[in-house]
Design a protein around this ligand. Sequence first.
Ligand SMILES: [Zn+2]
Length: 62
Amino acid sequence: MAKGVRLVITLECTECRTNSDKRSQGVSRYTTTKNRRNTTGRLELKKFCRHCNKHTAHKEIK
Ligand SMILES: [Zn+2]
Protein backbone atom coordinates (compact mmCIF):
# COMPACT_ATOMS: atom_id res chain seq x y z
CA MET A 1 0.00 0.00 0.00
CA ALA A 2 1.28 3.44 -0.89
CA LYS A 3 2.24 5.75 1.92
CA GLY A 4 0.66 9.12 2.56
CA VAL A 5 -2.58 8.43 0.76
CA ARG A 6 -4.86 7.86 3.74
CA LEU A 7 -5.91 11.06 5.46
CA VAL A 8 -7.48 11.13 8.90
CA ILE A 9 -10.53 13.37 8.81
CA THR A 10 -13.34 14.36 11.16
CA LEU A 11 -16.99 14.18 10.15
CA GLU A 12 -19.46 16.39 11.98
CA CYS A 13 -23.27 16.25 12.01
CA THR A 14 -24.60 19.06 9.84
CA GLU A 15 -27.91 19.24 11.73
CA CYS A 16 -26.18 19.70 15.08
CA ARG A 17 -24.06 22.43 13.58
CA THR A 18 -26.99 24.42 12.24
CA ASN A 19 -29.20 23.98 15.32
CA SER A 20 -27.84 26.37 17.94
CA ASP A 21 -30.29 25.15 20.61
CA LYS A 22 -28.83 21.69 20.47
CA ARG A 23 -25.25 22.80 20.24
CA SER A 24 -24.85 22.91 24.00
CA GLN A 25 -25.53 19.19 24.13
CA GLY A 26 -22.66 18.51 21.81
CA VAL A 27 -22.11 17.67 18.21
CA SER A 28 -21.87 14.20 16.79
CA ARG A 29 -18.43 13.53 15.38
CA TYR A 30 -16.86 10.61 13.64
CA THR A 31 -13.24 10.13 12.85
CA THR A 32 -12.44 8.26 9.70
CA THR A 33 -9.88 8.09 6.96
CA LYS A 34 -10.20 8.83 3.30
CA ASN A 35 -8.17 8.06 0.26
CA ARG A 36 -6.77 11.28 -1.11
CA ARG A 37 -6.60 9.83 -4.60
CA ASN A 38 -10.22 8.73 -4.73
CA THR A 39 -11.79 11.52 -2.69
CA THR A 40 -10.73 14.98 -3.75
CA GLY A 41 -13.57 17.10 -2.38
CA ARG A 42 -15.16 17.24 1.05
CA LEU A 43 -16.44 13.94 2.27
CA GLU A 44 -20.07 13.63 3.32
CA LEU A 45 -21.56 10.48 4.83
CA LYS A 46 -24.82 9.43 6.43
CA LYS A 47 -24.10 8.52 10.03
CA PHE A 48 -26.17 7.98 13.12
CA CYS A 49 -26.16 11.09 15.29
CA ARG A 50 -26.88 10.32 18.94
CA HIS A 51 -27.79 13.96 19.57
CA CYS A 52 -30.33 14.12 16.74
CA ASN A 53 -31.28 10.50 17.45
CA LYS A 54 -31.38 9.70 13.74
CA HIS A 55 -29.23 9.32 10.69
CA THR A 56 -28.01 12.65 9.40
CA ALA A 57 -25.46 13.94 6.94
CA HIS A 58 -22.01 14.25 8.48
CA LYS A 59 -19.60 16.53 6.71
CA GLU A 60 -15.86 16.72 6.79
CA ILE A 61 -14.52 19.54 8.94
CA LYS A 62 -11.05 20.96 9.44
ZN1 LIG B 1 -26.79 15.76 15.02
